[in-house]
Design a binder for this molecule. Structure first.
Ligand SMILES: NC(=O)c1ccc[n+]([C@@H]2O[C@H](COP(=O)([O-])OP(=O)(O)OC[C@H]3O[C@@H](n4cnc5c(N)ncnc54)[C@H](OP(=O)(O)O)[C@@H]3O)[C@@H](O)[C@H]2O)c1
Length: 310
């Protein structure tokens, strides 16, 4: 089968090659999926650069990619929840970095897959898992956001941010989001009040909300250090960062997204009831995965970049 692979670590997307590889094996509680689409997450190219070598075992050649949407081809003998022909989506993070989703087929532990939202295209479904789960787990599990909250999201227009704004709104919160001015109308469409990031952010936010916000979600890192100054007095420490564990020294929490079937089901239900939309910035064919990475590495993706497989 065809798969994108890299043989060694490298910063340049040129490390990616379209190659022929063996079909993946499936364990007793694993599922083989015919991949219809994947999507790019910055972690894909961070892993390829070797930046996470100290954390995760890596076996070359690596097929990158943790997001998938596709059709179940076969299941291991212990799998009862899914069957061949089911349309699924998932965040296929395994214990080691090796057989990812930029491929015609992927084998996935059952704990990483859920039924695809019925109303979503494969491209839309593939955009959701990693970024959607991150946003959901930060807002629902870590911050317990509700209707009394005013949440400031640093980096609200990217993959995680676009989902975070919509999820926080559907939880009833007032949402402030940072982005460059080119994305302010986009943030308004998602339901957030836009603010430009960088110098003077605290003053701009305090002008709009003198009492401060009740929670901060950091998806970029650039403005993390000003976050305590954005919070109202009774909300001290209500900061979550997905970028920098140093947030713990501010009394906040660092979140690293986990595969979770119930959370995927919640995201699928939100998509199907219309409360979660997917913004696709660009779509690339599997063979053009390197171009998709260059696009993502520019740092200004609005929503998600999708890779289609056919
Ligand atoms: N810990 C975890 O579990 C976890 C999970 C998912 C992602 N992450 C990490 O979180 C980060 C965001 O992921 P993503 O998928 O959302 O990335 P992304 O889609 O590439 O984010 C792009 C967005 O970042 C915004 N941005 C650029 N510079 C900014 C700044 N200085 N301040 C605020 N926003 C800025 C851009 O807005 P403008 O174009 O308007 O500038 C753009 O919309 C990445 O570093 C990723 O590796 C961590």
């Amino acid at each position: 089968m065809k798969a994108i692979t890299y043989q060694t670590y490298g910063d340049d997307p040129e490390v990616l090659e379209l190659t022929d590889v063996d079909e993946p094996k499936i364990g007793p509680d694993w599922v083989k999926v015919q991949v219809k689409a994947s999507s790019v997450n910055p972690v894909d190219w961070k892993l390829a650069s070797g930046g996470m070598d100290g954390m995760l075992d890596t076996y070359f050649p690596v097929t990158p990619g943790w997001d998938v949407a596709g059709v179940v081809e076969s299941v291991g003998p212990a799998v009862t929840r899914l069957a061949p022909g089911d349309e699924v989506f998932g965040y296929v993070r395994k214990d080691a970095v090796h057989g990812g989703t930029y491929a015609e087929k992927v084998s996935a532990p059952i704990r990483t897959l859920a039924k695809k939202p019925a109303n979503a295209s494969f491209a839309e479904a593939a955009a959701i898992p990693l970024a959607g789960l991150t946003a959901f787990q930060c807002l629902v599990h870590a911050l317990d956001i509700g209707a009394d909250d005013t949440v400031l999201i640093h980096g609200a227009s990217g993959g995680v941010g676009s989902f975070a704004v919509q999820i926080a709104r559907s939880l009833g919160a007032r949402v402030l989001g940072t982005a460059s001015e080119a994305n302010h109308d986009y943030l308004r469409e998602l339901g957030a009040e836009p603010f430009t990031y960088g110098d003077g952010l605290v003053e701009r936010v305090r002008e709009a909300i003198p009492e401060g916000v009740t929670a901060v979600l950091d998806l970029n890192g650039g403005d993390l250090e000003v976050s305590p100054g954005l919070l109202g007095e009774s909300s001290e420490g209500r900061i979550v960062s997905i970028i920098d564990p140093v947030v713990k020294e501010m009394g906040g929490q660092y979140v690293f997204v986990s595969p979770d079937v119930e959370d995927l089901d919640e995201l699928a239900a939100m998509f199907d009831d219309g409360s979660l939309k997917v913004e696709i910035a660009a779509t690339y064919a599997l063979a053009d995965a390197g171009k998709a990475w260059e696009d993502s590495q520019g740092g200004h993706t609005r929503g998600k970049i999708v890779i289609t497989v056919d």
